[in-house]
Ligand binder design. Structure first.
Ligand SMILES: Nc1ncnc2c1ncn2[C@@H]1O[C@H](COP(=O)(O)OP(=O)(O)OP(=O)(O)O)[C@@H](O)[C@H]1O
Length: 475
């Protein structure tokens, strides 16, 4: 056996130790015993550099991995260098056959030197470039970030505990009377946030991670280009669910330590859409009037200053229900962000990243043209935004019904519906009068339904005739 095998499988027995199966060494050199462990022991030995000290390198590997009895056998007559013997020599082993020295050494060596080449490369790069100060951060930025966050969170908790121990009288006596915490209602706690992220399906997760990667790039100072993503998909494919997860994660990553900074802004074009998402309307968020006209009218200094202060940290804008945003409104968002961010060039949206979410099969803009129809002026939509599509309907568990909904969604006006689809929809009719939300195709039907509902819920109504008038432009 070679020296490395011997060192890993046997151990020297001290004189006083009475090991049962000890083996006596020749020339009165003491005793050894086979180790009882199932895995060979790790052997530590000096590693010489093959390029810098070739002679020592080859001598050491021959000593460790070739079977020999005397030192002279490692460089027999006829070989001037250990390397020569390693490469061209032959030895006769216990099986009486002639073996190449290289084959024997390499075979034994690979049992002990796993990943040795990688380790050599690392050692070389450390020798040449020195130790990287933040190596872990480069290798695995996400884990490093989370580690730093954990440290930060722990420090904060420790601080709070310390303050509590010191005992601030007002807070200790009756905290309810003297202080209250204001909860920001669109901020999830870590547990709920993680649960939300874990609930995403594969496609949602893929988009989520792309945005997360961008956020990490920003936080790590890599200055990635702004992203422009259009997340689309039919009703119930989980668009809003996904943006809630994105909003949570992007806020968590970008908002480094200042909870009041607005780094991620969630908006929607209409009040109802904004209310449902706990978001701001686009008009309100950017001080945009009701009737926007092009060319763009810049915002006055006073309002601009307050928006600059409010959005100084803004890095990501999310616009839900993008199907209701028209070209003019998008141009105004671009204009406002350019003014707020003082980008000084024509970079879209003042270099703020934008995630637009919606479904062009759903409601179009109240006035103006939908974004997928031809652009006016600068192209802020079709060439800029990358499309990410969610296809699986998660709102419905029944796959047959989901497919039906998808067919209804993409059906053009003249195409008849499948008989089987009509039959399934008819089966859903219960005939019951219900207070559930009703959807009608025309305003007239909506008004009729609303009046009926109103009279039912409030029979003692009083009718007051409205008097409408128009302000005279002269006065
Ligand atoms: N990955 C998921 N796993 C389980 N449920 C999900 C998932 N994604 C979304 N949901 C749920 O499916 C329902 C529909 O999702 P969501 O409202 O986000 O869809 P949407 O695409 O925004 O629909 P719409 O276009 O009608 O607004 C919600 O109740 C949501 O909680």
């Amino acid at each position: 056996m070679c020296l490395a095998t011997f060192a890993s499988e046997y151990r020297v027995v001290s004189k006083s130790e009475r090991a049962v199966h000890r083996v006596k060494l020749n020339n009165d050199c003491g005793f050894v015993v086979k180790r009882t462990r199932t895995q060979p022991a790790v052997v530590r030995y000096v590693r010489f550099s093959e390029t810098k000290n070739p002679e020592l390198f080859y001598q050491s590997i021959l000593q460790l991995f070739l079977t020999y009895r005397e030192d002279g056998q490692l460089k027999p007559a006829g070989f001037e260098m250990f390397e020569q013997f390693y490469r061209h020599g032959h030895v006769r082993l216990g099986d009486e056959l002639l073996h190449s020295v290289k084959a024997v050494v390499d075979l034994n060596r690979c049992k002990f030197e796993r990943d040795a080449d990688e380790l050599d490369n690392i050692q070389n790069s450390i020798d040449n470039d020195g130790v990287l100060e933040d190596a872990w951060c480069e290798l695995c930025p996400e884990q490093e970030l989370e580690r730093l966050e954990c440290i930060e969170e722990r420090r904060e908790t420790e601080q709070i505990v310390e303050e509590h121990v010191d005992g601030i009288p007002d807070l200790v006596v009756n905290s309810k009377d003297v202080a209250h915490l204001e909860k920001r209602n669109n901020v999830l706690n870590r547990e709920d946030g993680l649960a939300l992220v874990r609930s995403l399906n594969e496609t949602q997760m893929c988009i989520f991670y792309q945005v997360r990667q961008w956020c990490l790039g920003r936080v790590n100072g890599a200055k990635p280009d702004p992203i422009h993503v259009f997340i689309t998909g039919g009703a119930g494919t989980g668009k809003s669910h996904l943006i809630r997860a994105i909003q949570y994660e992007a806020n968590r990553l970008l908002q480094r330590g200042c909870p009041d900074d607005i780094c991620v802004l969630l908006t929607a074009p209409t009040g109802i859409a904004a209310h449902n998402l706990n978001a701001a309307t686009i008009h309100n968020a950017f001080s945009i009037g009701k009737d926007v006209r092009l060319p763009y009218t810049p915002l006055g200094e006073e309002k601009l200053n307050s928006l600059r202060a409010k959005y100084s940290s803004l890095q990501l804008l999310i616009i839900d229900e993008i199907s209701m945003v028209d070209h003019k409104l998008l141009a105004y968002i671009h204009g406002r962000l350019r003014q707020i961010k003082q980008s000084g060039d024509y970079s879209p949206f003042g270099n703020v990243s934008v995630i637009a979410v919606g479904d062009f099969y759903q409601l179009p803009p109240v006035k103006g043209k939908a974004l997928y129809l031809d652009d006016v002026g600068v192209d802020l939509w079709s060439r800029l935004f990358k499309v990410a599509e969610l296809k699986t309907i998660v709102r419905q568990k029944d796959p047959v019904f989901s497919e039906l909904l998808n067919r209804v969604r993409t059906r053009s006006k003249g195409t008849p519906m499948l008989d089987s689809d009509i039959e399934i929809l008819k089966r859903c009719e219960t005939g019951e009068v219900s207070s559930a939300l009703h959807i009608f195709p025309t305003n007239r039907q909506v008004n009729e339904h609303n009046v009926v509902q109103l009279l039912e819920s409030c029979p003692d109504y009083v009718k007051i005739e409205a008097q409408d008038y128009v302000n005279s432009k002269k006065t």
